[in-house]
Design a protein around this ligand. Structure first.
Ligand code: XIL
Length: 482
């Protein structure tokens, strides 16, 4: 049985745009790591951005952002291309925003809000009242009046600051124990059951335009915990307490999407609240096997399909982008590989599964920045167009090589000099390397042969420090191109 592995390489032009896939068909039934791709590849177009496909379903695709990673071009390209909703992975939590009483620190949270704004994405607020990542000074309060004042001040400051930007807040996070009893957080112990309604009511005042949600984990199935949530939401609605939405974290284990997932979402929707998958990841034992990566893809697909099947499901948020920046290995020993991109930002089967579940269209347009032709002698046997789509610290280079001679090539090697300290990060559709400022791209097995008049498209990402100019001295097989 052949094992099929799809690798997808995003390429940005004006922010979020085009990407291509390379499909590797590897003979033999043994498991194959995605990093060890064998030959016999065929280039094929992949998908339009997730967010564009999701738009047609009236849902958003979200991701948890840690702004420190935005300097990494691979991370940033995916963040900009695929997602129409942004949530702070940590930056809006209590310990980040109010580490000591009345002293607020907004640096990271503002960066998250600014990224959402600049990328025309919704901003999701996470989270106002939670037992975890809660500073010790709050934890130690035992006087109800004092704790209520502190909770209200925090909600006023944080929800108030982003009142014009945040579309929905996780007002209270993780209020349940697994058996459906209330978690004994400081808020529960000191203020009693009513703290949830108090927090929601205060949040409505602080951010009147935001939807107000409760959010929890292990509530994805119909079980004691989700039923406790369900009963609470019904009571809150009966009592006229502002509650608009429920978040289902969906930190899942591979192969374990609950059979009642969709039915569970639907019963909340039937109460009259929106639902959302808020923190999706699907973890597995690492190193990941190809079989588990395929099962993971099926799980991602099932989650997206469940959301799309429920009218009031507003979308799916992935808890990160890539396996190199995921909370999973830090918390679940021996587990990881939980996200749709691997640590090198290569798309995993889960990426494709989500795109397909969203009915994403193939994206075969290729990059369309104005090409900047390079110059060279007129008798060259090759023509090259080279363009860069740049952002702050990186760019995506798109290169089209044409065999303009009379002889077919059975293999090819492109060489050039990268201007101004540009540094290759990753490339696709060729074997790329850089030595000093010399950049080399050699054919992959599947695009080695180029007939006269034939073209090859390759691309790469690079870091820059200001000079984003294209190379001017390109050669193929030692022959200068124009
Ligand atoms: C996690 C973050 O991803 C980590 O970086 C941090 O160290 C701990 O918190 N449920 C939640 C999220 O609601 O806020 C948690 O995020 C993951 C579990």
């Amino acid at each position: 049985m052949p094992t099929q592995i799809e690798n997808v390489f995003p390429a940005s032009r004006t922010g979020r745009t085009t990407a291509w896939a390379v499909t590797a068909v590897v003979a033999g039934s043994t498991l194959v790591a995605t990093a060890a791709l064998a030959p016999a590849r065929a280039a094929e177009p992949i998908f339009e951005p997730w967010r564009d496909a999701a738009d047609r379903h009236g849902v958003t695709t979200g991701f948890a952002l840690s702004p420190a990673h935005l300097g990494d071009p691979g991370y940033r390209a995916i963040a900009e291309r695929e997602f129409s909703l942004v949530v702070a992975e940590n930056a809006m939590k209590w310990d980040a925003t109010e580490p000591s009483r009345g002293t607020f620190t907004w640096g990271q949270a503002d960066q998250v809000a600014a990224f959402a704004e600049s990328n025309d994405a919704e901003l999701y607020g996470h989270t106002l009242v939670w037992h975890s990542q809660l500073p010790g000074w709050v934890e130690s309060i035992s006087d109800p009046d004092e704790l209520r004042t502190v909770m209200y001040d925090h909600i006023d400051a944080v929800a108030g600051r982003y009142a014009d930007q945040v579309d929905a807040w996780d007002v209270v996070n993780e209020l349940w124990e697994g058996d459906g009893s209330r978690r004994q957080s400081v808020f529960q112990r000191v203020l009693g059951d009513g703290y949830v309604a108090e927090a929601l009511t205060r949040a409505r005042q602080a951010a009147p335009g935001a939807d107000l949600c409760l959010n929890d984990y292990s509530t994805d199935a119909i079980n004691a915990k989700s039923t406790a949530m369900y009963d609470l939401v019904a009571d809150l609605l009966d009592d006229g307490v502002p509650i608009d939405c429920v978040g289902f974290q969906s930190h899942l284990i591979v192969g374990q999407v609950p059979g009642t997932f969709q039915q569970n979402l639907q019963r909340f929707a039937d109460l009259g609240v929106d639902v959302r998958i808020t923190e999706l990841d699907v973890r597995m034992d690492v190193p990941a096997s190809a079989a588990d990566l395929q099962r993971q893809a099926a799980d991602y697909r099932a989650v997206v399909e469940a959301c799309l099947a429920v009218d009031r499901c507003t979308g799916v948020t992935v808890w990160g982008i890539d396996d190199g920046h995921s909370w999973v290995p830090d918390v679940f020993s021996g587990q990881g590989a939980a996200l749709p991109w691997d640590a090198q930002y290569q798309a995993k089967p889960a990426y494709t599964a989500v795109a397909e579940a969203l009915d994403a269209r193939p994206d075969d347009a290729g990059p369309t920045p104005s090409p900047t032709p390079t110059s060279g002698p007129v008798d060259a046997e090759c023509t090259v167009t080279w363009s860069h789509a740049a952002w702050g610290t990186g760019y995506t280079g798109s290169v089209t090589i044409t065999n303009s001679g009379a002889e077919a090539w059975s293999s090819w090697e492109l060489t050039t000099t990268l201007p101004g300290g540009q540094v290759l990060q990753q490339g696709w559709s060729a074997d790329w390397s850089q030595t000093g400022s010399t950049l080399t791209a050699s054919n992959a097995a599947w695009n080695a042969s180029v007939a006269p008049g034939g073209t090859v498209q390759i691309g790469y990402n690079a870091a820059h420090t200001g000079d984003t100019s294209v190379p001017t001295d390109v050669a193929v097989n030692g022959s200068p191109c124009h």
